[in-house]
Design a protein around this ligand. Structure first.
Ligand code: DP6
Length: 326
């Protein structure tokens, strides 16, 4: 069989409603806890992978610029797929994000989901999602979740690796995610270093691990029952618990800005007044407000009016990673 050696894939970022923070194996990049996410449709990473016969090593361009920093994680994923396909060629990887990179908008998740999808297709490998997930998680622990659309759960599998599966397709519960962009600069401490520091120094890290399964199960129940209030309660609690771990890390990981807190308080006051909305915040200052479709316009306008909010993105839930022609 001849393999195309070139393919392009699109993947969308995902936002965790029940978070992953901490690793049980740093070298293998295995998450310490499971997570529950929604895949978004408003933003995407588009990645083209071209394997070139005779080429040594991989070269990576991110948003049109050579990116040597990302190359080793990308090569680790490509090496696994090359070994599977029995191909030794180096690759040219071109990836573009239509949203700010590395500012807490999960660009690594969509980037690595698009990368493994494109690379597997370029090498003629028809791998089940379970196997693609195991390659993608080497790049980023949250990346396997972007292989699927809608609501997605990632768990630690009995064999010691991760297992990712779709929970509910997007149309089954078409929630919206309104993202308040508060800053576009890359964060000071990336997830990888932050997680290692939390594990080593936060006195709350053990409690985070101990109580996490219960949060995940409650989140899964909320999604299966389409119980917005139940999901809102556990998602905000789990998010704040993760930030409590971050804040009590030494040195502290303070990802919030004053505008982050203003948005968070706004979301809480909207919900108290009866609007079906809750917040979640990752390793960055942006606030993601998850709401029922009928509340999206109100939430969007309210967040846009908060001083310091630079831009508001209103997203539906999107599809999983897939190949495209171009
Ligand atoms: C706070 O997947 O970016 O967004 O595996 O080190 O690449 P690495 O981390 P990453 O971490 C995501 C952390 C989070 C929570 C989440 O998305 O679950």
């Amino acid at each position: 069989m001849t393999v195309p050696l070139v393919a392009t894939a699109i993947a969308h970022p995902n936002i965790a409603l029940i978070k992953y923070w901490g690793k049980r194996d740093v070298a293998e990049n295995l998450p310490a806890v499971g997570s529950l996410s929604v895949t978004l449709d408003a933003m995407c990473s588009r990645t083209r992978v071209c394997f070139e016969p005779g080429r040594k090593g991989d070269s990576v361009r991110l948003n049109g610029r050579e990116d040597a920093g990302a190359a080793s994680r990308i090569s680790a994923c490509l090496d696994l797929l090359r070994r599977r396909a029995g191909v030794g060629h180096g690759a040219l990887v071109d990836t573009d994000n239509d949203f700010p990179t590395a500012a807490g908008l999960a660009s690594s998740a969509s980037g690595f989901a698009a990368l493994v999808t494109a690379a597997a297709a370029a090498l003629g490998l028809d791998l089940p999602a379970r196997e693609l997930a195991r390659v993608a998680r080497l790049g980023s622990g949250s990346a396997p979740r972007s292989l699927f659309g809608g609501f997605v759960v990632l768990r630690n599998a009995p064999d010691g690796d991760v297992a990712v599966e779709p929970l509910l397709p997007a149309p089954a519960w078409p929630l919206r995610v309104v993202i308040a962009i508060v800053a576009t600069a890359p964060k000071e401490t990336g997830s990888r270093d932050g997680m290692a520091a939390s594990r080593a120094t936060s006195p709350y890290y053990g409690e985070w691990l101990r109580s996490h399964d219960a949060d995940l199960e409650a989140g899964l129940r909320g999604v299966r029952d389409r119980d917005f209030a139940a999901l809102a309660g556990v998602a905000e609690h789990n998010c704040l618990k993760m930030h409590a771990v971050m804040l009590t890390t030494r040195p502290p990981l303070i990802y919030w800005s004053p505008t982050t807190l203003a948005c968070l308080q706004l979301v809480q006051s909207l919900r108290r007044a009866g609007t079906p909305v809750f917040f979640t915040i990752d390793a960055g200052p942006q606030v993601k407000a998850v709401c029922e479709p009928g509340a999206a316009a109100l939430v969007r306008d309210a967040l846009a009016a908060v001083p310091g909010v630079m831009q508001v993105i209103d997203s539906g839930l999107g599809p999983g990673a897939h190949c495209t022609d171009g």
